[in-house]
Write a new protein. Sequence first.
Length: 84
Amino acid sequence: MSDETGSDAPGTTAVEWLAGFAEVIGAAAPGAEVMNELLDLAGVAAHDSERMAAPIACWMAGVAGVNPAEALERARRYAADRPR
């Protein structure tokens, strides 16, 4: 059963999980500012299209080497300017 954070693992926070995952993949865990930018980017993608766009947009930004703040700005611009 999930707790109030949606986690099935009691006591494991998102920050703890991401720190452990970062070790597994040989990367640095993001800080609070980057995490907030990524969450905002995910929110723009999900609200402007379908929910599945959220994680994939974050992945695309990472693969493209675009930092989260710049990706967020570009996503906001795209959402505001794209043809409907």
